[in-house]
Design a protein. Sequence first.
Length: 238
Amino acid sequence: MTWALGGALLAVALGAFIQGSVGFGLSLVAVPVLALIYPGAVPVVVLLVALPMASLMALREWSSMDRRGLFLITGGRVLGTAGGVWLVAAVPNGLLTALVGLFILAAVVMSLLGPQFELRDGTRFAGGVASGVMGTAAAVGGPPLALIYQNRSGPELRSTLAISFALGIVMSIAGLALAGQVTAGHLVLALKLVPGVLAGLWLGARASRRLDARWLRPAVLAFAAVSGAAVVITGLTG
């Protein structure tokens, strides 16, 4: 095992552990680390390894979903996915790496500021568009949807977001594959990392009662901010 693969496994396992314990964290931890050590792995590999997790969450949480919201988010996600695919296919590698870092920083800002949005059809659709662009180009499609559902009940939020993520990841992977952006190398690396994701989720679910989200959430956001800035600098200077 190379140091790069070991670092990638550690990143996805830690991200999945946090995801399993407090409900978020996989992309915020894994994306910036992979962007630094495997620049070509983002967004495709992160989307591939996140698919089993998102699918399991969708199966577990489907009962309380906002059906109208899911329809509108999915419609917006179609447009956003097209925009994200265009960015991945058209933007030079160095600039795309910097853009991934900027999306990570944007996700951190969204999570910290948490502006209030009234849950209307327009905000659902716009959230789907933003999630599609960020999720397809940088594998960080969660924050826009989390923002618009932040004041809803826990079951509705978890259910709607889980199913939206699963559908969105499938759409993003399909769009990137049609654009010729998914390679055999991506699939091989993803297969090597999936065990780390599953192990992290399993451990995180069992540790959730012992972890204090009041300090874990700021720690994850701080890590994402620092590493996201490093990704931007690497993309612009590398």
